[in-house]
Design a protein around this ligand. Structure first.
Ligand SMILES: CC(C)(COP(=O)(O)OP(=O)(O)OC[C@H]1O[C@@H](n2cnc3c(N)ncnc32)[C@H](O)[C@@H]1OP(=O)(O)O)[C@@H](O)C(=O)NCCC(=O)NCCS
Length: 203
């Protein structure tokens, strides 16, 4: 019998590199030009607050890491590498520029809202319900923290992910677009904000 899927909040230091690698693989298309390489992504998100266990949820089968969900709310965010981390990795001039570019992509979470900042499943484990289970944990956290809403941003052409979110009760509530040169740099134009009220009906 295959081992059960375990959803776990937080991670041990020995899982940090694998978690960053899964995030990198899933988002290299979008963030590759800015973060430059997997090694640099690991370097910048690797240490200390770069990837915060307090806002990260893992999906594991045995010891094998299959998926990562990075969360963000007013109390903090999973991917909160500092200016110092970027400067250390990319240099004192280029580091802040890269961080500023990334900041253009993501604003802070709205009040009373849990944002799924990134959802990434290892390529070989997709289509087995791992993403759906991670989203279920986001709902549990939303209720525990007393938030009213879940929210996420998804690229308009990521139809598979949009289907997954719709199946899990999210609906598109607004849309936006990037213009050149940012659209060229990040490799996309349109994106949607999808939201879902907290399941206890307070939303
Ligand atoms: C989107 C993603 C997290 C889904 O995780 P998952 O574990 O495969 O999801 P589940 O098994 O719970 O659900 C499967 C659904 O995911 C979607 N999906 C997207 N890409 C998929 C892929 N390569 N393989 C299988 N399903 C995929 C489909 O909608 C599928 O449902 P369908 O049967 O209606 O087609 C995963 O494909 C992934 O990491 N993709 C790359 C990163 C990404 O796009 N993240 C979302 C950005 S907001």
């Amino acid at each position: 019998m295959p081992e059960a899927l375990i959803i776990r909040r937080g991670f041990g230091e020995e899982q940090r590199q694998a978690a960053v690698s899964i995030l990198w693989e899933a988002f290299a298309g979008k963030l590759g030009r800015v973060l430059r390489s997997r090694e640099d992504a690991v370097k910048v998100l690797g240490p200390g607050p770069g990837l915060d266990p307090g806002h990260t949820v893992l999906a594991l089968r045995g010891d094998v890491l299959l998926g990562v969900m990075a969360l963000k709310d007013r109390s903090g965010e999973a991917m909160g590498a500092s200016l110092r981390d970027y400067a250390r990795t990319y240099g004192r001039l280029r580091g802040p520029i890269r961080l500023a570019l990334l900041a253009l992509l993501g604003e802070g979470a709205p009040a009373n809202t849990l944002m799924v900042d990134a959802l990434a499943v290892a390529a070989e484990a997709r289509g087995q319900g791992v993403g759906g289970r991670l989203l279920g944990e986001a709902e549990a956290i939303t209720t525990e923290r007393g938030h009213r809403e879940l929210a996420l941003d998804v690229l308009a052409d990521n139809l598979g992910a949009i289907r997954l979110y719709e199946r899990n009760g999210y609906a598109i509530t607004s849309s936006g677009r990037l213009w050149p040169p940012l659209s060229t740099l990040f490799g996309f134009t349109g994106y949607h904000r999808m939201t879902k009220p907290a399941s206890d009906g307070r939303g």
